[in-house]
Structure formats: structure tokens, C-alpha cells
Design a protein around this ligand. Structure first.
Ligand SMILES: Cc1ncc(COP(=O)(O)O)c(C=O)c1O
Length: 377
């Protein structure tokens, strides 16, 4: 039987050579490859500062803490739990907004309804490779004087009105293996704000302002005094070397994802029980995930299990939504007004999507979906 996992990282000889080179160099911890990765990432986005770190979760945490946010942050409940967790560990309180039905991205109208004197920031999550409605979100932020943090973990290279996600506010990106580029584990925080950059740089390395490689050629390289209480959120030089190579392939990988997605959408368009992803005309979708909806009268879970039996690594993102989870049951967390979220979580299915997929895999998936649906009848 054919096996099509949910994702296979697109990693080749270039990454292996780069890792070997770093191993031979003897510099394993945070080092010169981090700087190269950060400069490349900042250049790609056209922003002033980029900081590599161990995860996107850490990037969100440091955005919140670095910006000094202690009040409410509005974000969707329809996201990976890390989005909300990191708002809390960063020192603020998540307030859950509803999503737009078609894109599964945060609904600007829902954001507006939730703004209170306690609101300090909006955190859209660019779901699965497609930008949230950043035009409306930036207008709301400007009108109410709110900060914007973008959880762009699932979108590297996606655009809204020709502008890359993560460049509207503070950008937080993930390099987990299923993402548009990977370092195994890893993340990046991007910003044009010099003051935030200064804080983040120190916070991610024990509160010390200068990194080891910056101190190396100084007269007293051993001088490492902390200017604030910090963390160890650093990414190793070995993983940063993988990131440097992955970044070079980002456009190629995203184009592969986009053409495979177009082929899949074409195949699925003949199947009335399945609704392919909706892409807004002002967005460039980079398909970190390919999510479809199944008709509500079908048993979604059984549909996923039956695809799994055919070797297709279908899954569900996201179930449950954050506001259903045990740590978020306290009265301080909002659970009402999330009707679209409640509907979407019962219909959504993630199909495998990765740059190394063959056209034949797509045809096999479409055929298998037809077979699974006919078994339901
Ligand atoms: C929307 C979203 N935010 C945050 C994260 C956390 O990223 P990381 O695993 O790099 O901490 C993830 C993903 O895995 C995610 O999907």
C-alpha cells in the first residue's frame, strides 16, 4: 500500500554538509550560523531585526514580555495551544476571538467586539499558510492604539496585499518539521522596533546583552554580566546551519506546495462532499497545511481514520480548540461568541502536503477520498 505521511521535511545533501561543517568547526552552541540565519531571514522579510531561538513559542513569549504587555491579548481559540500558552507565560491574558468561516483566520469583527480598556494587543494566527485579514487588523490596531504580534508559525512566505506575513507587527515564526522551513525545533522573532530588539536579544540569552560570538574578540571576552533576568531560549549553531540552507530553498518549496495544492484542489472539485481551501484574492497562500471541510452529515473522525487505513496521513488541525482545554476552563477565559470555531472544528480535515510529494500521490489521495466516501453511502 502507498504511504503518504502528513509531512516529510524537504532536507537534502546541502543541510547534511552544512551540519557536518559546523560539527567539524567545533562551535555547537549559539554562534556564527545563527547570525547568518538571522541576517538572511531579516533580508528576506525586509525587516531590521531577526532573532533565531529554540521555538516559535519562545518568540511569542518574548514578544509579549519584551513589549511589556500585561493586560489582554486578543487571539483566536482556533489555534495550536502554544499561541495561548505563550501569551500567558509572557505575562499577559489571552482573550479568544472567533474566526472567519472560509479562511479559519481571526475575524476582525469579533476582535472589535472584544476590545476593552484592558486590551493591549491583537495576535492574529496566520492559519496553515494563509494570512489573516491584516488590512482590517492594522486599522483596528491603529484606531484603538493596540500592539500587533503575528503568530506566523504556520506561514513563512505567505502574503497579504503583496506584503509578507510577520512584517505587519512583531513576527513569530516556527521551524518545526511540518512548517514551511525546518530546523527540527526552532523559531524566529522579527521586528523593526529597536527597543524591543535590544530586550529580546538579552532575554533569549540569560539577560546578557552580548552573545558569546560577539564577545569573542573583545578584550575581556569572559565578561558576561546580565542586564535583566533572562532565559535560555537559544537555537544551536548546528540547527541554525540547517536553517541557512532551508531558507535558500524556501521559495522553491513554497512554489512546489502551491502547485501540488492547485492539483489537489482540481481533483477535489469533482467531489461534492469536500470543500477545498478558500483563498482570498488578496492573499498568497503557501499551504503549510492543506485543509478541507467535509459535509457536516459525514462522520469526520471516521473519514480521517479510513484515510489513515489507506496509508494517507490525514489529521485534524485543530481539535480541540484552546477554549475547550483543561487549563483554559477558569472564568477569566472567554468561551462564548465562538460559534464559527465550534462549527469548523467538526468539519475540518488536514490532508498531507509537502514539497517532495509526487503528482501521483495527489491522484492516489483524490481516488482514496472518493473510495472512502463511497464506503459511507
Ligand atoms: C499557530 C502556532 N503557533 C505556535 C506554534 C508553536 O511553534 P513551536 O513548535 O515552534 O514552538 C505552532 C506550532 O507548531 C503553531 O501552529
Amino acid at each position: 500500500m502507498r504511504k503518504i505521511p502528513l509531512c516529510i521535511p524537504y532536507v537534502g545533501q546541502e543541510e547534511k554538509d552544512a551540519v557536518n561543517e559546523v560539527i567539524d568547526s567545533g562551535w555547537y552552541a549559539h554562534g556564527p550560523k545563527n547570525r547568518e540565519f538571522e541576517e538572511g531571514f531579516a533580508d528576506y522579510l525586509g525587516v531590521k531585526h531577526a532573532f533565531s531561538m529554540n521555538s516559535c513559542t519562545s518568540a511569542i513569549h518574548l514578544s509579549v514580555e519584551g513589549l511589556g504587555i500585561t493586560g489582554e491579548v486578543i487571539l483566536p481559540s482556533f489555534t495550536f495551544v502554544a499561541s495561548a500558552n505563550a501569551v500567558i507565560t509572557g505575562g499577559a491574558r489571552p482573550v479568544f476571538a472567533d474566526i472567519e468561516y472560509e479562511t479559519c483566520n481571526i475575524d476582525p469583527a469579533s476582535i472589535e467586539r472584544l476590545i476593552t480598556p484592558e486590551t493591549e494587543a491583537i495576535m492574529p494566527v496566520h492559519f496553515g499558510g494563509q494570512s489573516a485579514d491584516m488590512t482590517s487588523i492594522m486599522e483596528i490596531a491603529a484606531k484603538h492604539n493596540l500592539l500587533v504580534i503575528e503568530d506566523s508559525a504556520e506561514t513563512i512566505g505567505g502574503e497579504h496585499q503583496g506584503q509578507l506575513t510577520g512584517t505587519f507587527g512583531v513576527g513569530c515564526f516556527s521551524f518545526y518539521p511540518t512548517k514551511n522551513i525546518t530546523t527540527g525545533e526552532g523559531g524566529m522573532l522579527t521586528t523593526n522596533d529597536d527597543q524591543l530588539a535590544h530586550k529580546v536579544k538579552a532575554l533569549l540569552g540569560h539577560g546578557i546583552d552580548k552573545t558569546t560570538y560577539e564577545r569573542e574578540d573583545k578584550e575581556k571576552s569572559w565578561f558576561r554580566s546580565a542586564s535583566r533576568i533572562g532565559y535560555n531560549f537559544r537555537l544551536s549553531n548546528i540547527l541554525a546551519a540547517i536553517g541557512v540552507e532551508q531558507l535558500k530553498k524556501l521559495e522553491l518549496m513554497n512554489e512546489k506546495r502551491r502547485s501540488l495544492a492547485a492539483l489537489l484542489t482540481l481533483g477535489l472539485s469533482e467531489i461534492p462532499e469536500i470543500t477545498p481551501p478558500y483563498v482570498k484574492s488578496e492573499n498568497k497562500h503557501v499551504y503549510q497545511m492543506y485543509t478541507v471541510r467535509v459535509n457536516q452529515n459525514l462522520d469526520r473522525d471516521q473519514f480521517v481514520r479510513n484515510l489513515n487505513k489507506k496509508g494517507i496521513g490525514a489529521s485534524v488541525h485543530f481539535y480541540p480548540p484552546v477554549h475547550h482545554m483543561a487549563p483554559y476552563q477558569g472564568d477569566i477565559y472567554r468561551k462564548d461568541g465562538l460559534e464559527i470555531t465550534e462549527k469548523v472544528i467538526r468539519e475540518i480535515v488536514t490532508l498531507p502536503m509537502y514539497p517532495g510529494m509526487a503528482d501521483d500521490d495527489i491522484h492516489y489521495m483524490v481516488q482514496s477520498i472518493k473510495e472512502v466516501l463511497s464506503e459511507f453511502k
